[in-house]
Design a protein. Structure first.
Length: 468
């Protein structure tokens, strides 16, 4: 153990950005933005406190013992501290660098090692295995296995938080975006890239405003493929020609958050190649967590030996836009369906920010503006909408107690809004809010939906070949 702690300390000295460590002025502005500090009141559970712990290890003042690693693990990585910091400390980079050092030196238990290897290396980087996972999940939901698992008590073998998570899993189709789009008979053509891979080209409705690449994601394309379809429908309605490169892979966000930075960089290099061949003006993301890492590919690849790849990463990062940015700021305005209820407000909604969308991509107003442009919709601001809901990638599985505390407090604020719909812009947040509705026993009063799906039901969309 002493040897591993010493190795970890040495690794941190080599990995952490010393300039960022020393930039922290210890002013404490980050504390009121930090969910774990607000929950615990502990200095060590704040960004300032964690930076002090990191610096103490790098300076040789303390060992990176289990207590140190526990505080690093407790961090959500929501990065709410960054907008609050007057010194512009890149805390997100520091926490990922620390986790990278831990991942390289820590001897994980066999179950943890198996889970990390299975999902991070075995499934997420491989499109075929992701599709198989989707079809397996569909079989579980439609064959009677899910009903049997719930009625027989088999699920009680798992921790309570995993039982609750299973109860809010969306009904999956087993098909990804490309398959669903083709099956629907929507307009599309297929082209070959110079490397021999396929690209789907989906024409704009009416005059083309711009050409945008659609990043379909991994979890999004397995569990929320219909949301991906609706994303493309909205984009083309706003005047975008949409390109979907088949060669794209997982963004690498979950790998980066888990400290597996080499895997994240490998995935990034594949995506850079795929979208460069697509020849697009923008790259569309409908998942805040994915979009944030895509937006930071320039930082992720800054030390790569290939200068051309670094240039590609810089260009790519500048092209990444959230779907709400494209719809509000660049595309033609969407035309809302008329409200025929003759009421001033037919549905009351609230909006929960995706942390990475807000804190990294700096997108706040666009989703709200799109919602407020809809007829028959009243937006009520959610107190603490900027505070993490507790999803944070797989945080709700690795830190269930803190995650549920944050979620329960979030649902108290949702209740105060008296909203019928909670809207968010990230798949993890969406599942977490569905989970919160379930925990609050509010299924008959509140629904959680993705912004894209909410919009697609309330604006005019045309999908035939002659729809222009």
């Amino acid at each position: 153990m002493e040897k591993s702690r010493g190795a970890l300390a040495q690794r941190m000295k080599l990995t952490l950005d010393e300039e960022q460590l020393t930039n922290c002025m210890r002013c404490g502005f980050c504390q009121m933005a930090c969910p774990t500090f607000l929950e615990t009141g502990l200095e060590a559970a704040s960004p300032r406190g964690r930076i002090a712990l990191m610096k103490a290890v790098v300076d040789g003042v303390m060992e990176p013992d289990e207590a140190f690693q526990s505080q690093i693990d407790l961090c959500l990585g929501c990065r709410a501290c960054e907008p609050a910091c007057p010194s512009d400390v890149k805390y997100g980079q520091l926490i990922e660098q620390t986790r990278e050092a831990i991942a390289k030196e820590k001897e994980f238990s066999l179950p943890v090692k198996l889970v990390r290897r299975t999902f991070l290396q075995g499934i997420f980087p491989h499109k075929g295995r992701l599709r198989f996972m989707g079809k397996t999940l569909k079989l579980y939901q439609t064959s009677g296995l899910q009903r049997f698992a719930r009625s027989s008590g088999v699920l009680k073998m798992f921790p309570e938080h995993l039982q609750q998570l299973e109860s809010v899993l969306p009904t999956v189709t087993g098909d990804g975006l490309m398959d669903l789009w083709k099956k629907a008979g929507f307009p599309v053509r297929t082209e070959k890239t110079t490397s021999g891979t396929d690209m789907l080209i989906i024409p704009a409705v009416g005059e083309k405003v711009s050409r945008v690449g659609m990043f379909r994601g991994c979890i999004m394309d397995v569990m929320f493929a219909k949301t991906n379809v609706n994303t493309v429908r909205l984009l083309r309605q706003a005047g975008f020609e949409v390109v979907i490169p088949d060669a794209q892979v997982c963004c690498g966000a979950l790998h980066a958050h888990a400290g597996e930075m080499d895997d994240a960089r490998n995935l990034a290099s594949q995506n850079l190649a795929a979208f460069q061949e697509a020849g697009v003006d923008y790259i569309a993301s409908n998942a805040g967590g994915c979009g944030a890492l895509l937006k930071e590919y320039d930082h992720l690849m800054k030390d790569d030996e290939d200068p051309q790849l670094r240039i590609q990463a810089n260009t790519f990062a500048g092209q990444v836009k959230d779907i709400s940015e494209l719809l509000r700021d660049i595309g033609r305005p969407l035309v809302p369906l008329e409200d025929h209820t003759h009421q001033k407000t037919s549905v009351k909604v609230t909006y929960q920010d995706s942390c990475h969308l807000r804190n990294v991509m700096h997108v706040q107003g666009q989703p709200r503006d799109l919602i407020q442009q809809l007829d028959g919709v009243s937006l009520c601001e959610l107190q603490g909408a900027e505070v993490c809901c507790g999803s944070a990638g797989i945080y709700n599985m690795t830190q269930p107690e803190m995650s549920m505390d944050l979620l329960d407090h979030k649902m108290e604020h949702v209740k105060d809004t008296k909203a019928e719909v909670v809207i968010t812009s990230n798949p993890g947040c969406l599942l977490q809010m569905k989970w919160g509705v379930e925990r609050a026993g509010a299924q008959d009063r509140v629904e959680a939906v993705h912004l894209v799906d909410f919009l697609s039901e309330r604006v005019h969309l045309y999908d035939q070949n002659n729809d222009a």
